[in-house]
Design a protein around this ligand. Structure first.
Ligand SMILES: [Zn+2]
Length: 319
């Protein structure tokens, strides 16, 4: 029992120490974590000072030691462009647009997705315990005091409880360009597969309702909204019926047949996911405001794959 209590105390102290250290680091001041821990422990467990009071006392002590004013300490992290984010553990601020939101798979994460400006696009993660308001796709914001992080060898930014998010009217542009990308299809959005479109405006209809025309007549279409990851950037792509048929042999008619046989349209999406998700593709496309418009897409074949194919063809010819 006693051991557990000590462990709990150690955990509280180390958490608070980290918070205080970060706060000063953000303003460019290095403080000694050992010194902070020692003072917190003394205040909280020797003198039974309440947590908030202890934090304030330690903050005041450090400000006096470093000759820092309260205003200096609340100074925000430097404004940068997303393309400049190359190192983890940096406090940054930037103006950017929410490119896409993904489904969060962790209860610790309230939002996850892509955020971008004219210099690049980066993944962002909002921790549930940060208590920050939700952001919306296509809207632009000023993000203050985010921490850069490296996950799976890739940069991302984390929204924590010290961060601030402010919506702005300005429409932050995203990087435009003609590109060829080779990468893995890491996500296929829920609104993909055999979808329905409004007869009048071609918008996607959900449960017979067009966002513009309300209850409407609709027609079937096949498409995939997905995310391609080339190891450096994420690209949102849309595949039309032709693209999908070229890759899978499943066109609109085949998709309708699959849906009919299973009495369930969702089976088409599941089939496409099984066939395409996680696979590597080469895409020739035009970077739009939001999407990489696919001109051509094919399964990625590396040199080795091509050699094996060549060999197999030759072997086949010899038989
Ligand atoms: Zn419509």
């Amino acid at each position: 029992m006693k051991g557990e209590l000590v462990e709990e105390k150690v955990e509280i102290i180390s958490k608070l120490t980290e918070q205080i250290t970060e706060k000063f680091k953000r303003s460019g001041y290095e403080v000694n974590p050992k010194e902070i821990s020692k003072r917190l422990e003394l205040l909280m467990f020797e003198f039974k000072v309440p947590e908030r009071e202890a934090i304030r006392t330690v903050n005041n002590y450090l400000m006096k030691e470093l000759d820092v004013s309260r205003e200096q300490l609340s100074m925000e992290s430097p404004f940068i462009k997303i393309g400049e984010i190359t190192r983890p553990n940096q406090w940054v601020s930037f103006k950017a647009k929410i490119v896409q939101l993904w489904d969060s798979t962790s209860p610790n994460v309230s939002q996850v997705g892509l955020v971008g400006d004219e210099t690049g696009i980066i993944k962002f993660v909002t921790w549930a315990k940060s208590g920050k308001p939700e952001v919306a796709e296509g809207k632009s914001y000023i993000f203050r005091n985010l921490v850069t992080d490296s996950f799976g060898g890739r940069m991302q930014v984390n929204v924590n409880r010290n961060s601030e998010i402010e919506e702005i009217a300005e429409d932050v542009p995203l990087p435009p360009r003609e590109i060829k990308v080779t990468g893995a299809l890491i996500a296929i959005q829920q609104n993909s597969g055999l979808i329905q479109r409004c007869n009048e405006c071609r918008r996607t209809v959900s449960k017979g309702i067009c966002p513009v025309h309300g209850k409407t007549e609709s027609y079937d279409d096949l498409r995939i909204k997905g995310v391609l990851d080339d190891g450096e950037n994420f690209y949102e792509i849309i595949l039309n019926e032709d693209n999908i048929k070229a890759l899978t042999g499943i066109g609109l008619e085949e998709a309708k047949k699959i849906a009919k046989e299973n009495l369930e349209r969702g089976v088409v999406l599941q089939t496409l996911r099984n066939r395409l998700l996680g696979k590597y593709f080469t895409v020739n496309g035009t970077r739009g405001e939001r999407y990489l418009i696919v001109n051509e897409i094919d399964f990625f074949r590396d040199e080795l794959g091509e050699k094996i194919d060549e060999l197999l063809t030759r072997l086949g010819a010899e038989q």
